[in-house]
Design a protein around this ligand. Structure first.
Ligand code: FAD
Length: 333
């Protein structure tokens, strides 16, 4: 069993809030040797003192004390049990395509569900031709989209071109072109704080705009209900949407997609930023993209602080001009 502390120890994203996720009190508790203990108690893959800039698409961020990369549900389960026992704080990530990590990094364990945690399977749905496709959380979303297209299954085309993992996409309720993950999902499997795996039907889950209330649980797999379709048509649709992305989004500069959430009932965040005259606004190496104003890009030398300062400057200027407070969509560690 994982202790209840696991729940408290995971630094959970809240709705639109900025998170400060440094490890707490490990030294005070006399656990300064936790890395050694972790090494002894958990045999899986770990990278020590690894710069988060390597793992995030913004290509900035200080070091994580450890990055643990479980290769299976059993490894994940045992990892979280060990971390609970040691009282070490942790945070799960996918491909870091929606993360801004501070210069200080993360003084705990980043649990990364990656390519080793990435199986895809299929079973028939209830109606003729329908399929239920299950993907593990570490699977790349794009790989899943391509896999479904190749099987002639439609329903996930909107996600073509969204970077990141299936787990991250579910936790973010990622979306595009008026659709989001919750539209295609039928259930999500989590690792609960009790150490048990629990499967929750979509109707029992609390999805909202770019958010799923995970209650601190780890998404380990997701099941999608998809309809039969023509393979070529599905692939054509995906290709079209990818091309539209390419035309509308900055290419060749590191970014995390839309930096701010679209405010409800108002023009899109990008439109507000553009109309406030902020395209091209820079702080250090971070810049508001000239191509799409809701993309903050790394021109090559940006620091996490540049992004934070630019974010605040954009928020202030948009507020001054339109009285609208933009909330970051990007999660900030
Ligand atoms: C070029 C570009 C284009 C983008 N376009 C879009 C778009 O069109 N639509 C859109 O919605 N997003 C878009 N994004 C943002 C991003 O790709 C999505 O939010 C993506 O779903 C994040 O997945 P990830 O695996 O990278 O998650 P991460 O960035 O690693 O994590 C994001 C959050 O999810 C949590 N999380 C990750 N995995 C799990 C898990 N297994 N269990 C519980 N919590 C977890 C993390 O703790 C973190 O809080 C874009 C990003 C880029 C760089």
């Amino acid at each position: 069993m994982l202790s209840a502390r696991v729940h408290n120890r995971q630094d959970r994203p809240g709705r639109g809030e900025i998170l400060h996720l440094r490890g707490q009190g490990l030294m005070e508790k006399g656990l300064s040797n936790w890395p050694e203990q972790l090494r002894t108690l958990w045999p899986g893959e770990i990278e020590w003192d690894s710069p988060m800039a390597r793992w995030c698409t913004l290509q900035v961020g200080g070091p994580a004390r450890a990055i643990a990369i479980p290769a299976s549900r059993a490894e994940l389960q045992s990892l979280l049990a060990v971390l609970a026992k040691l009282g070490v704080c942790w945070r799960v990530i996918g491909r870091g395509s929606n993360l801004l990590v501070s210069e200080a990094g993360y003084d705990g364990v980043i649990v990364m569900l990656g390519r080793k945690f990435a199986a895809i399977g299929e079973r028939p749905g209830q109606k003729e031709g329908e399929a239920k496709v299950q993907a593990e959380a570490g699977c790349s979303l794009m790989k899943l989209v391509n896999w479904c297209a190749a099987q002639g299954l439609q329903g996930l085309e909107f996600a073509a071109g969204i970077p990141g993992s299936v787990g991250g996409a579910v936790a973010m309720n990622a979306g595009a072109w008026g659709r989001e993950m919750s539209d295609a999902l039928s259930s999500v499997t989590f690792l609960h704080q009790s150490g048990e795996f629990v499967e929750r039907k979509k109707s029992d889950l609390d999805f909202s705009y770019r958010h799923l209330e995970t209650e601190g649980m780890v998404v380990v797999a997701a099941e999608f209900l998809l309809q039969p379709g023509d393979r070529q048509e599905i692939e054509k649709k995906c290709g079209q949407l990818m091309r539209e992305r390419k035309d509308k989004q900055p290419q060749g500069l590191a970014n995390a997609g839309s930096f701010f959430k679209n405010p409800p009932g108002l023009p899109a965040a990008g439109r507000l930023i553009q109309d406030a005259g902020l395209k091209g606004l820079s702080v250090g190496g971070a810049r508001v993209s000239e191509v799409h104003a809701n993309f903050l890009v790394n021109t090559g030398s940006a620091t996490p602080q540049d992004f934070l300062d630019l974010m605040r400057l954009v928020q202030e200027k948009v507020f001054e001009r339109f009285g609208v407070r933009l909330e970051p969509e990007v999660h900030i560690l």
